[in-house]
Design a protein around this ligand. Structure first.
Ligand SMILES: C[S@@+](CC[C@H](N)C(=O)[O-])C[C@H]1O[C@@H](n2cnc3c(N)ncnc32)[C@H](O)[C@@H]1O
Length: 280
């Protein structure tokens, strides 16, 4: 059987399994290059630009990485297990005139170092996508965009999906915010301090603040990369918090209180409550 046809049949045959979380056949991902349109849709969906380092995990003949440099002005890195495809990618990059802005490494995506990425592209079978997920979440910087062609993560809801002949899913790596925080805020009635708690499932968060004799739910709580927003309502006023998560121990930002176009502006800061024994 023609190897391209075999690869296409294999990629199609796992579609049924991909719909069932946890049921992923452990078959090696074959080489099946993305079409020119697919390459462009992936890079476009990621919002690729000149400040990006695009890493294609399982980079085939290098086409995603080369297009990222040639068409979007980005830098690129391809990681590919097959040494012949790595050599082909290097030749293709020279031919496209982007050899200085891209690199290709022969290696296994499960062990390679791609922490510097700001965009990660994947066109891999679901079993491999699932095995990559823990490291992608733990090692990529919050806000890094991941675009998956056809097969996304089984239980991580994409931030955005599009269908243009094929399906593409965009994920933003969320900051880790689950846990207990001490929230200090400058509100119109003075400085306040709350015990604040968040639960997290990927980018979905919920929680609230404890106050004497009560609990203020965090309404409209949102996390996009390292940006966090939520609304606390107290004493008939809404306080709109927006801010940035810094590392794993603090977050801070601005809070707007009150109605209309001229709310009172304040600031807030939260530090993680670390119990002894949590540090290590
Ligand atoms: C479906 S092709 C996609 C190629 C390219 N990303 C594209 O979109 O055109 C998947 C590629 O991943 C490579 N691959 C499979 N398993 C890998 C692994 N564990 N580590 C690195 N590359 C792998 C295959 O050799 C193949 O070139």
């Amino acid at each position: 059987m023609n190897p391209r046809l075999y690869a296409a049949a294999l990629l199609l045959s796992v579609s049924a399994h991909a719909a069932t979380p946890g049921a992923f056949p452990d078959v090696p991902t074959p080489y099946l290059p993305s079409t020119e349109i697919a390459v462009d849709e992936m890079l476009r969906l990621a919002g690729t630009g000149p400040d990006d380092l695009v890493v294609d995990l399982g980079s085939g003949d290098g086409r995603v990485v080369i297009a990222a440099a040639r068409d979007y002005g980005a830098r690129g890195l391809g990681i590919e297990i097959d040494p012949k495809l790595v050599a082909e990618s290097e030749a293709n990059a020279r031919q496209a005139g982007v050899a200085e802005r891209v690199a290709f490494r022969q290696g296994d995506v499960l062990t390679a170092d791609y922490r510097a990425a700001t965009v990660v592209t994947l066109y891999l079978l679901p079993g491999l996508v699932e095995r990559l997920k823990p490291r992608l979440l733990a090692e990529l910087k919050p806000g890094t965009r991941i675009v998956a062609h056809d097969y996304g993560f089984s239980d991580w809801k994409p931030d955005h999906s599009i269908v243009i002949s094929k399906t593409y899913h965009l994920y933003r790596v969320p900051a880790a915010v689950a846990g207990k925080w001490r929230l200090q805020a400058v509100l119109p009635d003075g400085e306040r301090e709350f015990d604040f708690e968040l639960e997290q499932r990927y980018q979905e968060i919920r929680g609230g603040a404890r106050v004497a004799g009560g609990y203020l739910p965090a309404f409209e709580a949102r996390l996009a990369g390292d940006r966090i927003a939520f609304v606390l309502v107290e004493g008939g006023a809404s306080h709109r918090f927006e801010g940035r998560v810094q590392g794993t121990l603090s977050m801070e930002g601005t809070v707007r209180s009150g109605p209309g176009r001229n709310p009172v502006a304040g600031s807030w800061r939260a530090t993680r409550v670390v119990r002894s024994g949590d540090e290590g």
